[in-house]
Ligand binder design. Structure first.
Ligand SMILES: O=C1O[C@H](COP(=O)(O)O)[C@@H](O)[C@H](O)[C@H]1O
Length: 251
């Protein structure tokens, strides 16, 4: 399937540090604006190296932002199906980097090996949770991108990435360890008012270029599958690629 991506905004910062500060600042501004308008923001977090740097900047900048983290609903785009205290957990990383520091209370983690007996069970439970919240979608969804073009835990050529009619999917044999994971599907990831792709370093340059090329397949480069809401819904999705100079070097 060939998908032509919508015209995204591309923001390039000179370094990973500057990128982290810029994304954290913009996130806090968006959340403060939504709360000022009486809304309860819903955000989707990603794991990964640049995400951790952004999370630390959110913790640093949050006190001056006016954001009430008690009324921000936090979701995860994917999770590693490991023990709850494993350093591989995306949720553990996010909690340590900022969620605990800012006092976030509405944090919806995906299952660990302590709370589900399989990735399928964990995916079904997360789908139920998303549906229970009305499936309205994310105000801001952040997604890292792997050097292979994966987003969340949807990997190139992997059968889990082809899942339709589901909110979340269990992933076995992930090409990147750990092998067992839970991921939101494209269908769910695309329910977003704003999607921010995050990439830093020259190891991401080729994947970024493939994701933004005029032609290409979602199977080969899963990041191409996150294009936002169906234009027929009448709600356009803002898509921004937040890059450092190295990640933007092949554009
Ligand atoms: O495994 C994962 O990898 C990606 C990207 O991570 P990075 O360290 O290469 O930046 C991440 O987006 C995803 O959430 C995570 O589970």
């Amino acid at each position: 399937m060939n998908v032509v991506p919508p015209s995204p905004r591309i923001e390039v910062q000179p370094s990973p540090e500057a990128l982290a500060t810029a994304v954290a600042g913009e996130l806090l501004t968006r959340l403060a604006d939504l709360q000022a308008a009486g809304q309860v923001p819903q955000i989707g977090l990603t794991g990964g190296t640049i995400a951790e740097a952004i999370h630390r900047e959110v913790a640093r900048l949050s006190p001056a932002s006016g954001v009430d983290w008690g009324t921000v609903v936090v979701w995860f785009g994917d999770e590693r199906f490991v023990a709850p205290d494993s350093p591989d957990r995306n949720a553990g990383q996010a909690r340590a980097a900022f969620l605990d520091a800012v006092g976030a209370t509405q944090v919806h983690e995906m299952a660990s090996t302590a709370t589900a007996s399989s990735v399928e069970e964990g995916a079904a439970a997360y789908a139920d949770l998303v549906r229970a919240h009305g499936s309205g979608g994310f105000d801001v969804l952040m997604l890292g991108i792997g050097p292979d073009g994966h987003v969340a835990s949807l990997f190139p050529g992997h059968p889990a990435a082809a899942t339709t009619d589901a909110v979340a999917v269990g992933v076995h044999d992930s090409p990147k360890p750990p092998p067992d994971r839970i991921s939101l599907t494209f269908e769910c990831l695309n329910r977003a008012d704003t999607v921010w792709f995050l990439a830093a370093g020259d190891g991401k340059a080729d994947a970024v270029a493939r994701a933004l090329a005029p032609e290409g397949s979602v199977t080969a480069t899963p990041a191409r599958g996150v294009t936002g809401r169906d234009p027929a819904s009448g709600t356009a999705t803002e898509i921004t690629w937040w890059l450092d100079t190295a990640a933007a070097s092949a554009l």
